[in-house]
Design a protein around this ligand. Structure first.
Ligand code: GSH
Length: 212
């Protein structure tokens, strides 16, 4: 397998974690977003949306990090990232989507570039926008994790799931942009648990081959 990705991309980091948790080997193919490599013709042949990550498995091309993780789950079920019954899996997916749909798209590179270049928003206001959506979005995640009987060492139970694959990269972004995190103690406790594991620590941005 080959993963087209970028060290600072949180959607890419989600997939790197899932691959590591499942013990799957892959070639790391960097696509430098800050240098606009994702907008060039060669990459557009691989990704209609011009976004990372893209996973190539033989002749199969897969896009969308969560679809990729579910593909890995179906093709390599152990260890499960969506364990439990239908209700448990729905909770894991809901927590995942609270990050991947409700927080991340509002702060994607192209959105931030549009704010600054097209709408002429100041750097300060762009950062306020960023922090607002991260801090308020994580508060929603916190309220779902705190005191929920299914929350364990990790977001759901005592083994990492797809929800942790989404949460940890979002915290990395939040820390990079100096977001407030003292209002989400359960989120941060789970983040610390995850970072004890190689699958999370050895795939983080600073450990990537293309890290600046
Ligand atoms: N929903 C997509 C999001 C992919 C995405 O937005 N990737 C970002 C990096 S985290 C990207 O390629 N951004 C390029 C841009 O915004 O121009 C997924 O989960 O894969």
């Amino acid at each position: 397998m080959q993963l087209y990705n970028y060290f600072r991309s949180s959607a890419s980091y989600r997939v790197r974690i899932a691959l590591a948790l499942k013990g799957l080997k892959y070639d790391y193919l960097p696509v430098h977003l800050a240098h606009n490599e994702h907008l060039q013709e060669g990459y557009a042949q691989l990704s209609v949306s011009k976004l990372v990550p893209v996973l190539k498995d033989g002749d199969k091309l897969l896009s969308q990090s969560l679809a990729i993780i579910e593909y890995l789950e179906e093709t390599h079920p152990e260890p499960p990232l969506l364990p439990g019954d239908a209700f448990a899996r729905a909770r894991i997916r809901a927590l995942t989507l609270d990050v991947a749909c409700e927080i991340h798209p509002l702060n994607n590179l192209r959105v931030l570039r549009y704010l600054v270049h097209d709408l002429k928003v100041s750097e300060d206001d762009k950062n306020r926008w960023y922090r607002h959506w991260v801090e308020s979005g994580l508060e929603v995640v916190e309220r779902q994790l705190r005191e929920h009987p299914a929350t364990g060492r990790f977001c759901h139970g005592d083994t990492p799931t797809m929800a942790d694959c989404a949460l940890v990269p979002q915290i990395a972004n939040a820390q990079r942009f100096d977001c407030r995190l003292d209002h989400v103690p359960t989120v941060m406790r789970i983040h610390a648990e995850c970072m004890q594991l190689d699958a999370f620590a050895k795939t983080q941005a600073s450990a990537c081959p293309d890290a600046a």
